[in-house]
Design a binder for this molecule. Structure first.
Ligand SMILES: *[C@@H]1O[C@H](CO)[C@@H](O)[C@H](O)[C@H]1NC(C)=O
Ligand SMILES: *[C@@H]1O[C@H](CO)[C@@H](O)[C@H](O)[C@H]1NC(C)=O
Ligand SMILES: *[C@@H]1O[C@H](CO)[C@@H](O)[C@H](O)[C@H]1NC(C)=O
Ligand SMILES: *[C@@H]1O[C@H](CO)[C@@H](O)[C@H](O)[C@H]1NC(C)=O
Ligand SMILES: *[C@@H]1O[C@H](CO)[C@@H](O)[C@H](O)[C@H]1NC(C)=O
Length: 179
């Protein structure tokens, strides 16, 4: 079929409007230290000083293999009740979010390896996560999906990861993915 003049214009407008919306779904990452793969926006850690360490930490009892961490980095902290609360906040724009931690098991006597946190999107009710260490292994668990939410309205969102309570807790944030 050969279209010319106004016919061709109408034809191309129809083709443009028929582009499927679903083709626009893409994943982006938020690294614990390099931040958002597109905007560069960084996660915010609290308390801001003295609690969170990273892969350069010499004195830390748990030393994950950086070669197995996303982008060679991670941010870890051991909560103690004296802190009252610690956490990570990140902003993203999209419809889904997935969070990946590095989980610890038996790293030796007296080393805190329980991981526990609450996840809240846009100030909504907290979703708890708990990992009890497997005492039969010293293996660390990389790329562990600890939270996901896939039914968000398309737009700006905030994720708060918080840890509180009366026991010591290990948290190691590697990266998040959002859609
Ligand atoms: C985005 O990443 C998550 C987690 O890895 C995966 O389950 C999902 O299928 C991905 N979505 C797209 C659109 O690639
Ligand atoms: C990693 O930790 C070291 C030592 O605490 C600190 O000087 C450095 O700023 C940290 N790097 C990042 C990207 O936070
Ligand atoms: C704990 O680790 C041992 C040794 O690797 C393994 O055989 C066992 O299946 C693990 N248990 C659980 C609950 O993952
Ligand atoms: C979205 O999913 C969560 C569980 O992942 C559920 O609690 C919530 O009710 C859902 N919200 C909507 C609007 O479907
Ligand atoms: C998660 O939230 C619940 C309810 O607010 C709270 O009781 C619990 O201590 C929190 N857990 C952690 C690990 O912060």
């Amino acid at each position: 079929m050969k279209l010319a003049g106004p016919g061709a214009l109408v034809y191309s407008l129809i083709t443009i409007y028929l582009q499927p919306v679903a083709a626009a779904l893409v994943n982006r990452t938020i690294d614990d230290q390099f931040g958002d793969s597109v905007t560069g926006l960084l996660p915010v850690y609290s308390p801001a000083k003295g609690v969170w360490d990273n892969q350069t930490c010499m004195g830390c009892a748990i030393k994950p293999n950086v070669a197995r961490a996303f982008m060679g980095t991670y941010s870890a902290a051991t909560y103690n009740p004296g802190l009252t609360s610690m956490g990570i906040t990140m902003q993203f724009s999209g419809t889904a979010i997935y969070v990946f931690f590095i989980l610890a098991n038996n790293q030796g006597d007296g080393i805190t390896t329980v991981t526990q946190a609450n996840f809240s999107v846009d100030g909504g009710s907290p979703v708890p996560f708990l990992h009890m260490p497997n005492l039969s292994t010293t293996t660390l668990q990389y790329n562990s999906l600890v939270f996901s939410r896939t039914n968000l309205s398309n737009g700006d969102h905030r994720l708060d990861i918080t840890t509180t309570g009366s026991t010591n807790i290990y948290v190691n944030f590697d990266y998040a993915v959002y859609t």
